[in-house]
Design a protein around this ligand. Structure first.
Ligand SMILES: Nc1ncnc2c1ncn2[C@@H]1O[C@H](COP(=O)(O)OP(=O)(O)OP(=O)(O)O)[C@@H](O)[C@H]1O
Ligand SMILES: [Mg+2]
Length: 202
């Protein structure tokens, strides 16, 4: 690619997104960022979203708070970085909304695409790396920490989210790549590195 690229990591909780996004960003000397919470305003919105004492958040309100985080993130971090010629590696993106609020919560995907397309000014990721690990592995990785609002949403919810990610990846192979993330961290890093080299020439 002859322009800076926007790479997003997606996948279930505990699949290794943060670990691998940090490593790829360092390797590419890219801007490393995340959704939700990649900005000061986003951190405040994220606090509401993950707070386990929030038990009555309407699904539409949840989707709009996340879209607000995303609008701020794109305006403050992603677009300025790309405009300055920097590659961007993001821990989650607009596709998390399609998976969690769409496939997971059951909100209409077309509405979410429209609202979020407006929020991000049509800056969609150039490449989405979907990390996949068997359910028992994520469960084991997550068992060591306190669960937040999304993580407590139950197995059925998370199965729908995971199916949603796979469906989106299958439907758009030009932008998505699915990586088996069940092996050792270094092996997964090397696989991702070679895919990024091959797909984007980086
Ligand atoms: N390939 C791997 N093998 C073993 N452990 C791993 C691997 N990748 C990540 N981990 C560990 O699993 C835990 C979750 O990883 P990480 O935080 O990167 O996942 P995540 O996808 O960002 O999770 P979340 O969605 O909750 O933010 C961490 O303790 C991390 O060190
Ligand atoms: Mg993470």
């Amino acid at each position: 690619m002859d322009r800076p690229v926007y790479i997003a990591f997606e996948g279930a909780e505990g699949c290794g997104k943060s670990t691998q996004a940090r490593r790829l960003a360092a390797d590419l000397d890219a801007i490393h960022t995340r959704e939700t919470g990649g900005t000061a305003i986003g951190e405040r919105l994220r606090a509401i979203l993950h707070d386990t004492s929030v038990t009555d958040l309407d699904d539409h309100a949840e989707a709009l708070i996340i879209a607000a985080d995303r609008a701020q993130h794109l305006a403050e971090v992603v677009r300025p970085a790309l405009a300055a010629g920097r590659n961007v590696v993001s821990d989650r993106s607009v596709y998390s909304t399609l998976a969690y609020q769409g496939y997971g919560r059951g909100l209409p995907l077309d509405d979410l695409r429209r609202i979020n397309g407006w929020a991000i000014g049509d800056t969609w990721p150039d490449l989405v790396v979907l990390l996949r690990v068997p359910e028992h592995v994520t469960r084991d990785r997550m068992s060591r920490r306190e669960l937040d609002r999304f993580e407590r949403a139950g197995d059925e919810f998370h199965r729908r989210v995971d199916d949603g990610f796979v469906e989106m990846a299958d439907a758009d192979p030009e932008h998505w790549v699915v990586v088996d993330a069940s092996g050792p961290i270094d092996t997964v890093t090397a696989t991702i590195r070679s895919i990024v080299r091959e797909r984007l020439g980086l």
